[in-house]
Design a protein around this ligand. Sequence first.
Ligand code: ADP
Length: 447
Amino acid sequence: MSIKARVTLWYTLLMAVLTVVVLLIIFGVGGEQIKSSVRETLTKTVGDAADELDYDDEDGLDISDIASYENGVYILIYDEEGYPVQANLPSSLSADMTPALSNGSVSEFSSAGTSWLVYDVYSPECGVYIRGLASQTYADTGLNIIVRLAAILLPCFIALIIIGGYMITKRAFAPVKKIRDTAEEIAQSSDVSRRIGLEGGNDEIYELAGTFDKMLNRIEESFEREKQFTSDVSHELRTPVAVISSEAEYALGENASTAEKDEALSAILNQSSRISKLISQLLNISRAEAGRIKPNFEKINLSELLLTIAEEEQDLAAEKNIEITTDVQNGVFVHADETLLMRCFINLMDNAIAYGKPNGHITIFLRNDAGNAKGYVKDDGIGISKDDLDKIWERFYQADPSRSAQSGSFGLGLSMVKWIIKEHKGKIRAESEPGRGSTFYFEFPAI
Ligand code: ADP
């Protein structure tokens, strides 16, 4: 059964039950109410009539002020022996059908399908009984009309609920069909560029469709990234593999001298170490992204770590005659994985040297600033253009890909830096001016 049919069925049932319950309550309470109001009118009218009775020794009993029918009540008067003094009975009743006289109590009797209430009062001053008769049937009739009306209207009402409700539910669930169709199309065609694209509403279903579209955006992005990644990796591998095979062919050639073979072998070695470097970086990245690198957090003296790296990078910097200056506050501690943090700053320093100008300067700065370890690595090298500044964090992105072949870098260093900083709940950003140098600002929670 469809969800539309189920929702319609359930609330129709609920509405029908509620309506019946409400009607029953109305009939029950209303019926009682009408009956008790008839009873009240009866006793009051008879009581009033008793007050109107007049008796004096000269004129005897005076009943001239007493109407024989008032407020729907027949008023009858009998003497002490039960003989009628004034007894205009309703046409449907004869004297033998009415109950015997009593005093002060209301009783009920039925005759010819009509239910009557009877009330007698004895007046000792006048020596007469006053009897009131009121039909309950007019009250019953009022209720009967309601019951009959309900019996006709209720099915119509339920039919309306079913039709109207089904239409409303169908309308409300129309977007669900669109969601299902889109999901079906994606499953059939594997085309993740499709979107549900529901517009013009802001209820839960529209929200669901929006979330679904957002999820599809993410999936499409990650598909694209994977595709890009595979193509980048193939691209990076193609050159060294081509060099290796051509050098090997050359070395195996009949005319190659021993010196040439040695040269070819060293070129092969060179390229294979490049491949192995790429593979190890790729492995690191894929392990990081798969969540398989679990940082081992401990209390680390970041000041010492930076000074050690500065020391270790001296030799590399010396090759370009770059001077490394450190402006590092002592005793800045962070909660970190030492190996990862080393790799992060070595990457930043390697870049500063690689893209620094010969005879240039690199500064490493660190301060504990209001509970945060803040610092930067600054160089005065080639700098990064505005357009490239956002992209340098992407895998395989290189502002100048031609450098890659000479330097043996692959554009993976900064994406690793970004991942490590994220794992440490830190922040990193780059500022740069082409031709004047770049500064990489970092920040971690200090302890
Ligand atoms: P690579 O292995 O190419 O250095 P990275 O991910 O470390 O890869 O850096 C990505 C790109 O960002 C580099 O190719 C370079 O264009 C740019 N870059 C990184 N650091 C600097 C820097 N200090 N100065 C200028 N450009 C830089």
